[in-house]
Design a protein around this ligand. Structure first.
Ligand SMILES: [Zn+2]
Length: 394
């Protein structure tokens, strides 16, 4: 004899462990993954702060991306009343093998009745809804991710080969504030790869040329211009307050200086470099992964330093690497996916190969192994005299 739906639900609910909103509230932020399994329109109307959104229909395909592959991870699911979350918990346990899954009693309705906090919907204008509609359609971004992008502040070091594509796409994606640091003017030899600039802007400061291109794409973006070179005297003032820094600088002393300053201020850096047909990419998130000094404790030999003079580069290569940087920025800002932390991605264009290397934190690292407040100003960016360094290259 077949059982009624209500009976099946009752039976499943009796097998699923339930957790009271009071306990969820108490343990939130202590390593539990809280997942809202309702539909997108319900989530958008208000949800529990800190929760992740995986609509029940996407549970099997998306839960690992949110909760990780570790089957002992503690997961709490909630819905409107506690019924859909109990069924979803059953699925996670029985089909996917998560051992520590609970369903929140009474759902968000009881949570609200008990007076716990709810994150209310962010709103976009009608024009923004249309402009970003393709973002709103992917659950990993959605209205929440788009709002984060619009509220984010991203600093681009250099409006050159890497900075150009990064700036164009981040502007299009709706990053609310784009800072641009560059002290150069547009030169004819830049145009082979620095696609944010144009032939009729040769001679114009790159920060002004970049601003023109960015505002033409998206008036939502505020451009903050720094027509200067980053050095020890201005770095803290310039980078403070940014959420992510995109490193497209072409010299090692600035990279070390940037590393030390960002570790101290706890700002993630999306770093790329290019030479010839080869590109490298990594994300340095202070104290979560290695820093630049963990990866390169000493600078490479001077004769290999690309910044000691003009070097050849395939014009499209900075496009490839710059867009990988832009992708990492969007991930860091929205929280989607797995950023390239502790991993170094190598791209070799001639052979069309990508290689990934694991990079570990150095427990003896002179910078990131210490408490940020211990790093003194005079210790930042310690590096051999650069002219002497380049002269040694012959
Ligand atoms: Zn380090």
């Amino acid at each position: 004899m077949s059982r009624s739906g209500a009976e099946v639900i009752r039976q499943i609910r009796s097998q699923v462990e339930e957790i009271d909103p009071a306990q969820v509230s108490e343990h939130l932020g202590n390593g539990i993954v809280l997942v809202d399994v309702r539909d997108s329109n319900e989530w958008d109307a208000g949800h529990i702060p800190g929760a992740k959104h995986v609509p029940r229909g996407y549970l099997e395909s998306r839960i690992e991306g949110i909760a990780g592959a570790d089957r002992s991870q503690e997961i709490v699911l909630y819905c409107a009343s506690g019924q859909r979350s109990a069924l979803a918990a059953h699925t996670l346990k029985e089909l996917l093998g998560y051992e520590n899954v609970k369903s929140m009693t009474g759902g968000i309705t009881l949570w609200k009745d008990r007076g716990y906090k709810v994150e209310l919907p962010k709103t976009l204008t009608a024009e923004q809804r249309e402009r970003y509609s393709r973002h709103l359609l992917i659950p990993e971004i959605g209205i929440e991710g788009q709002t984060k992008l619009l509220e984010s502040k991203v600093l681009l070091l250099g409006a050159g080969g890497l900075g150009s594509p990064t700036a164009l796409y981040l502007a299009a994606a709706g990053v609310g504030t784009l800072g641009v640091v560059d002290d150069d003017d547009v030169d004819l030899s830049n145009l082979q790869r620095q696609v944010i600039h144009t032939t009729d802007r040769i001679g114009v400061p790159k920060v002004d040329s970049a601003e023109q291109a960015i505002t033409a794409i998206n008036p939502d973006v505020d451009v903050v211009k720094y027509k200067t070179r980053l050095d020890a005297s201005n770095i803290m003032e310039i980078i403070d307050g940014y959420d992510v820094i995109v490193d497209g600088v072409d010299n090692f002393p600035t990279r070390y200086l940037l590393n030390d300053a960002t570790v101290r201020l706890d700002i993630p850096v999306v770093s790329a470099s290019i030479l010839g047909f080869d590109g490298q990419l990594s994300v340095f998130k202070p104290h979560e992964g290695p820093c630049y000094r963990c990866l390169y404790p000493v600078p490479p030999p001077a004769e290999l330093a690309p910044s000691c003079g003009a070097n050849g580069v395939l014009g499209v290569l900075p496009g490839t690497m710059g867009l990988l940087q832009a992708t990492e920025v969007v991930k860091l800002v929205t929280g989607a996916g797995e950023p390239l932390i502790g991993r170094l991605l190598l791209y070799e264009a001639l052979g069309a190969t990508f290689t990934e290397l694991k990079v570990r934190r150095d427990p003896e690292c002179p910078v990131c192994s210490r408490d940020p407040s211990e790093i003194a100003d005079e210790e930042m960016g310690v590096f051999p005299d650069y002219e002497a360094f380049c002269a040694a290259a012959g």
